[in-house]
Design a binder for this molecule. Structure first.
Ligand code: LLP
Length: 423
């Protein structure tokens, strides 16, 4: 539930600024973020996980790596979960301490590995036996010891969209939990490797407790097994994946209630489940949320270009396209779409589509919407995570600007791209 982006009467506000004013001033399509919402989300997580001894929250940069947002999140005391040398670079620039940064990824290049070793980041997460060999060699060549976590694949069904499930044995991620024995032995033997612990990430937008509990149970068993082989386990990282609610992000008497609202993870129960299963003496426990921290903080403002009736179907053509926000095109993801100025017109089903030359360029199909006309501004809700970060220039469309709001103050945190940027 978005608390900092809400209607005051019939007008949508981002914190204390009317969304319509932002659209008029900065143009559309426009990403707008609420800094207070990010702070609230982070504090809620920190409070819940406060009961877990040695708990650390690493923000997954892939969700949104806007440098100003990263600065804000690092100032709150988060660490950084990265997946490329580029993300390490951004994390360091934003002020995350090197020791708080982890590097994951199933296909790290030699350059990624060397960059991580040279910057002496906290840990490198190893995803295969062959990769362990490469990291060990490169660390030896640089005269360093690589601190690593082994990413195990626990074969747990995260019960989320198949495209964002990562912890099943048929997924490419991690080392199968039943086949990791040799890799552990090899890591313990290597002079240039310090095996700090174990990592797992089962998937994203997880809305049930059970998959996390199953993963934690598997990790616990695995840790006990490898401790017997001499591993000194000092860190366990349970990955990210805590889901958010996309449906009914905002409720209002003039908005239709959205069906099939997602269940929400109870953070206190999750923290307790993790504490009960994964507390080992002298061992820190990390989680790597991305979506939970930033998703609800963001809206994408877009203008209606045309209303088109065709063969009994209504299309609302807007000025944002799938290149600006891919989640519907990629996963048929549901985002609430609401007018920035509500009126009491009747609702009827329409498709909200973009200008890009692809049939999948849509934000919603057969969605109940009020009567919309050319020039009306809409807000696509809950786009702070995996919105701008997976945008592209497809169809040679310059990317939107990004605005950060703090109470009654808005500032540009990324300029709208120009045609020159397309060269
Ligand atoms: N850690 C690892 C190793 C990950 O692969 C991910 C996400 C996270 C942490 C953060 O997960 P989160 O807390 O944000 O769920 N583009 C998709 C989501 C892809 C997630 C990829 N990995 C979407 O828009 O739903």
């Amino acid at each position: 539930m978005t608390e900092k982006i809400k209607y005051d009467g019939n007008r949508l506000f981002v914190e204390e600024i009317p969304a319509a004013e932002l659209a008029a001033k900065y143009g559309t399509p426009l990403y707008v973020y609420s800094s207070e919402q990010i702070k609230d989300n982070f504090r809620r997580l920190r409070k819940a996980f406060g009961i877990v001894p040695g708990a650390r929250i690493l923000y997954a940069l892939k969700a949104n790596s806007n440098p100003e947002l990263l600065g804000l999140i690092s100032s709150l005391g988060a660490g950084a979960d990265t997946v490329s040398a580029g993300e390490i670079f951004l994390a360091l620039k934003a002020g995350f301490p090197p020791s708080s940064i982890s590097l994951a990824g199933v296909g790290k290049t030699d350059r990624d590995i060397d960059f991580a070793l040279a910057r002496d980041i906290g840990v490198i997460i190893v995803e295969s036996d062959e990769e362990l060999g490469v990291i060990s060699e490169r660390a030896a060549a640089l005269g360093r010891t690589a601190r690593i976590l082994l990413r195990i694949n626990p074969d747990v069904d995260a019960r989320t969209h198949p495209h964002i499930s990562t912890g099943l044995k048929e997924n490419k991620f991690g080392i199968n939990i039943n086949e990791a024995g040799e890799t552990v032995k090899r890591a313990l033997r290597s002079k240039s490797i310090d095996l700090l612990g174990v990592h797992s990430h089962i998937g994203s937008q997880v809305t049930e407790h059970a998959p996390f509990e199953e993963a934690a149970d598997s990790i616990r068993e695995f840790v006990i097994r490898i401790q017997k082989e001499g591993a000194n386990i000092r860190q366990i990282d349970l990955g990210g994946g805590i889901g958010v609610r996309y449906r009914n992000a905002l409720k209002h008497s003039l908005l239709p209630a959205e069906r099939k609202e997602e269940p929400l993870i109870d953070l206190n129960l999750l923290a307790k489940a993790i504490k009960d299963r994964l507390s080992f003496p002298g061992c820190e426990i990390a989680i790597e949320p991305g979506r939970y921290i930033v998703a609800e903080s963001g809206v994408l403002l877009t203008k209606v270009l045309y209303r088109k009736e065709s063969a009994g179907r209504t299309f609302i053509v807007v000025d944002a396209g799938m290149n600006d926000m891919m989640r519907h095109a990629l996963y048929s993801a549901y985002h609430q779409i609401i007018p920035v100025e509500l009126n009491d017109s009747a609702y009827s089903p329409a498709d909200v589509v973009g200008p890009v030359c692809e049939t999948t360029d849509a934000f919603a199909l057969q969605r109940e919407l009020p009567v919309l006309r050319r020039g009306d501004t809409l807000a696509i809700m809950t786009v702070g995570a995996y919105g701008y970060s997976i945008s592209s220039n497809y169809n040679s469309r310059p990317k939107p600007a990004e605005i950060l709001v703090e109470k009654d103050y808005a500032r540009v945190v990324r300029d709208r791209e120009t045609f020159e940027d397309l060269i």
